[in-house]
Design a protein around this ligand. Sequence first.
Ligand code: AMP
Ligand code: GLY
Length: 422
Amino acid sequence: MKILIVGSGGREHALGWKIKQSKQVEQLYFAPGNAGTASLGQNIPVGVSSFGEIKQAVLQHQIDMVLVGPEIPLVDGIRDFFLADEQLCKIPIIGPDQQGAMLEGSKDFAKAFMMKYNIPTARYETFTAGETDKAAGFMKTLNPPYVLKADGLAAGKGVLIIDQYDEALTELSAMLDGKFGDASRKVVIEEFLSGTELSVFVLTDGKNYKILPEAKDYKRIGEGDTGLNTGGMGAISPVPFANMEFMKKVEERIVIPTVEGLQKEQIDYRGFIFLGLINVNGDPVVIEYNVRMGDPETEAVMLRIASDFVDLLKGVAEQNLNTRELIIDQRNAATVMMVSGGYPGDYEKGKVISGTEKVSNSLVFHAGTALKDGEIVTAGGRVLALSAYGSSRSEALETAYQDAALISFEGKYYRKDLGFDL
Ligand code: AMP
Ligand code: GLY
């Protein structure tokens, strides 16, 4: 098989690494990929939302399956584009259609879906311009802090958590006025939940599902979970509190009603459902849905899948996932994200990366890298994800840290306290 992976981050490199292990794969392509994915297959220089150019690449290289990494092309309707095209409609594409992708593309849609199917989530209401008085009334029924969410995609920046009532109202007005562009013309206000977060990944063909290994990511730039939010500074899998009892609740209260709800809504969902959950006194509650794998969670989760991943993807495409086997590696996996100095604020690109050849105990997944004059250089805030196995979480982290120390680039930074809270 020839498989095309759409995307260019550490997630796509890790997916490619796992997929490449399958005997069923003849050639891998990435659109657009990065310096790391170039060692697994061929990078095709097209953007993730350039559907016309993706079509050309699929036809030119006789691609047999497309796997979509990021949410934007899904929310923009890449699956619908394939299904509507005579030449593409028979080529399996892993990822939901535009309607299914609204689970991530619209917080209001996701919340209404959860209410309808009785899936545990924070109490909420949605407001649009001119409804600030109504919102003020609803906020009086909540205890601070106040959670304000832009309805649409806002590059991970659309959620504000504010302690003061007055400030929350001011921010609400700013959001409705377009603080996050059209994404915040509608705002979800919800109850604040406290607990530890985790990410649970479900692969579904629309009828059957498999629960992939769970993970926990570390979003803040600073040690001890301080400072600004980032795309993710590292991940660990498994998550100790996600024991059998907890995961049984996740399956019964969240996974099954979600998959059944999608069916009832007549959404033919074939792809990943990423459940952003919070553990509230032993009970899982949904913070958000995403319609893709997580990054950097994927860089840890892929290490824990022992079976043929392409076989699972074929099960999704052919809607017989129930006949496919998911084997989970019982070892621990940890991912340490190495980032550019200054990230998530301003940072410089083009710094030469050296030392990756010295790494022997971890996998080096590239996130933001490029090839320039034969050298690997930084090309993003998140640069490299180092992933390692261990018989314990601390052993896996220790290995990834030892290898991170071997790599150099100007301004390199990574958190050294991952797992501190568990
Ligand atoms: P989201 O984009 O919905 O995942 O929100 C981003 C982050 O905001 C989450 O990962 C949580 O850390 C936090 N968050 C979102 N909703 C809530 C909530 N209801 N209670 C507490 N924290 C929240
Ligand atoms: N790691 C969180 C995300 O991918 O959204």
